[in-house]
Design a protein around this ligand. Structure first.
Ligand code: GMT
Length: 379
């Protein structure tokens, strides 16, 4: 199949999922065309089945806000026509789903049918999408898509609850490539981070408010009163300054390392003992799945779709949002009991295996085939 994938190119879950999905489809023999304003950051190697189409436009002084949606729709029209796309798959509804609808309408006038699949990722529904500034367009473009998927049951239900949805939404969960994320021997690396055998805790995110980085630091501060430990904070974003400030106030800077954005996240996860994810809202929690694939149990909040991934008392523990006391106690319990921690590590890997890309990819392929067949039949 000739598939167009529209996504954000930056660090962030939806772009990662879109890129890894595109790469896996290309490995399976599909021709994949990525369409974005920049080359997706995980798209680093040449692949004979992958082409990148950059959405670029010359700015004009009149435009205080560059009209990206218009440029994207025009690029889609061009790519569908000249790369003979069978289907366009947009990741993150805003503004990709409405741009795809516009492109589809233009192409229809020219006698070309192009089915559009929209994957909802999270904040496109929960935080941004619900906002009155976007809601009517989000609702409309979801209903106009030929196929809609959500990355968790929770996100699917949330979408039905908050929007006037007439379309079926299929849950296809996010996935993991166990060849990239796995436990490996990085003992020299572990020694550099924790020279005295301290436990290693880790958090990776884009440091947005919704991630509640302050809860990572507050939990960690309670943990180090009971267990010698180091905290690795991977990623960057608007909340980093506040997080650094909080560490200074608590006086635990010597045990906390801000590593900034890292490409080889798997190598860092591989040396960790526990992953902390206290998010306010999380439709899926891809970062938790990456940790579990590296045999790292998860101490998380019970927000959104996280309970579909992190199983209470098996792969980790879930606490109410903001309950850093409970999160710290759960972490301490595991760190003080190496046998139980080891059991959780095994469970975490087994749980991650249920999200293996080799199991999820065929679900997307089947979904695409259905959508293309229905579009051909004019359903
Ligand atoms: O908000 C983010 O953290 C980024 C966002 C995105 O779309 O880039 O992540 C969302 O999509 C990820 C991939 O499907 C999910 O794993 C995250 O849970 C989700 N984030 C939120 O719901 C806050």
């Amino acid at each position: 199949m000739n598939i167009g994938i529209v996504c954000y190119p930056t660090y962030g879950g939806s772009g990662v999922v879109a890129t890894e999905l595109g790469k896996a489809l290309a490995n399976n023999g599909h021709k994949v065309h990525f369409i974005s304003y920049k080359q997706p950051f995980r798209l680093v190697h040449f692949h004979e089945n992958i082409t990148f189409h950059e959405v670029s436009f010359s700015n004009y002084p009149l435009f205080e806000f560059p009209p990206y949606e218009t440029a994207l729709a025009s690029k889609l029209v061009d790519t569908v026509k000249f790369s003979n796309l069978d289907l366009v798959h947009v990741h993150y509804a805003i503004p990709h789903a409405s741009a795809a609808f516009l492109a589809k309408s233009i192409l229809r006038q020219q006698g070309i049918t192009i089915p559009v699949v929209t994957t909802l990722h999270g904040t496109d529904i929960t935080l941004v999408g619900k906002d009155v500034t976007f809601a009517p367009v989000v609702s409309f473009s979801i209903n106009q898509s030929d196929g809609v998927t959500a990355v968790s049951d929770w996100l699917r239900d949330e979408t039905y609850q908050h929007f006037d949805i007439t379309n079926h939404i299929e849950t296809i969960p996010n996935f993991i490539d166990l060849n990239i994320f796995s436990k490996n021997d990085k003992s020299h690396f572990k020694k550099a981070i924790a020279p005295n055998g301290e436990s290693i805790l880790i958090h990776t995110s884009n440091f947005r408010k919704v991630k509640r980085i302050q809860d990572v630091i507050l939990s960690f501060d309670k943990i180090i009163r009971e267990v010698p430990a180091k905290l690795l904070l991977v990623g960057d974003g608007p909340e980093r300054k506040n997080a650094e400030k909080l560490c200074r106030e608590l006086g635990n800077c010597a045990d906390v390392r801000f590593l900034g954005k890292q490409d080889a996240v798997g190598e860092l996860l591989a040396v960790a003992d526990l992953f902390l994810l206290p998010s306010e809202s999380e439709s899926f929690g891809l970062a938790a799945l990456e940790a579990m694939a590296c045999q790292v149990p998860v101490i998380s909040s019970n927000a959104g779709g996280i309970p579909e991934i992190n199983i209470q008392g098996e792969t980790g523990f879930l606490s109410n949002i903001g309950d850093t006391e409970d999160m710290a106690n759960n972490a301490i319990r595991l760190l003080k009991n190496p046998d139980i921690l080891q059991e959780f590590r095994v469970n975490a890997l087994n749980q991650a295996k249920t999200f293996d890309i080799q199991k999820i990819l065929p679900r997307y392929e089947t979904f695409y085939e259905q959508v293309v067949e229905q579009a051909k039949a004019g359903v």
